[in-house]
Design a protein. Structure first.
Lengths: 133, 133
DNA sequence: CGTCAACATAGAAGAATGTCGAAACAAGGG
DNA sequence: CCCTTGTTTCGACATTCTTCTATGTTGACG
């Protein structure tokens, strides 16, 4: 139930693979992987599910607590949870009758890093000409 | 050409509206706004466009420099740029014959903040896998 | 073993998205 | 004024996504 992470973005501990979105043109293959994660975040239901899971004291939430919070059918919630899991943002485990989900903070940390520009270079504002060809 | 920002996420300077995705359950209305931005990032072409624009020395890029980098028609690139602009991630200006795009770092900064959990609470790991392994 | 409850999966309908070619718009140069 | 080049907009089409109902799977309990 835990082997659905994404290729280059997962728990490999590889920091070289993520040079940041804002510092250099993105590699084509990696842009595909990264887009999958952002696409998983690109839905209001999934964002709310993720925040409900992440902000839960104790670190995990039962699906039975998530489903009634939405005006959607139970299979739809299950589907969204699956997409979040495939994106490597959450993971789950079955204990008895219930299934519990929790956040994988490595992924959100990585995304935050990708969106953070190096403090040293404040991204110079348009000066008039673009310089080179 | 600059009046396409998103409602609650723009340059309003409101910090209260963004309590972080990982600290409290997301407000429903805000999750819709936030999802629009992540959805704009959920495409490999747009990610590459954004990174090309953001990483450009001088801060801005001409469309004529972006288009030949992709195996797509020019209208398609223009369409993707429009979505990035509507998401408040970039802005553009016409100078003579050419149109120049640049990054709006306020939005990426805000997203990075939203994805960053407060350092004080290291999100207690469940019994399962992840944690800090 | 039979039944019930909690979740997941399968398949289908409708909406949204990505892509293209054609056409419109803008600016510069004869 | 017309023509050329750069860019956006418009219509159309194939693909993907969101959601549903129906069904399958897993575990608990008599």
């Amino acid at each position: 139930m835990s082997k659905q992470g994404l290729a280059g973005l997962g728990q490999d501990g590889v920091d070289d693979c993520c040079p940041g979105l804002l510092t250099a043109p993105l590699d084509e293959a990696w842009s595909v992987e990264l887009a999958k994660v952002f696409k998983a975040l690109g839905d209001p239901i999934r964002l709310r599910l993720l925040s409900m899971i992440a902000s839960r004291a104790g670190g995990e939430v039962c699906v039975c607590d998530l489903t009634p919070a939405f005006d959607l059918s139970q299979p739809t919630i299950s589907h969204h949870l699956k997409l979040l899991r495939q994106a490597g943002l959450i993971d789950c485990e079955r204990r008895g009758t219930w299934v519990y989900y929790w956040l994988l903070p490595e992924m959100t940390d990585r995304l935050a890093g990708i969106l953070t520009r190096p403090a040293g270079r404040p991204l110079p504002e348009p000066a008039g000409t673009a310089g080179d060809a």
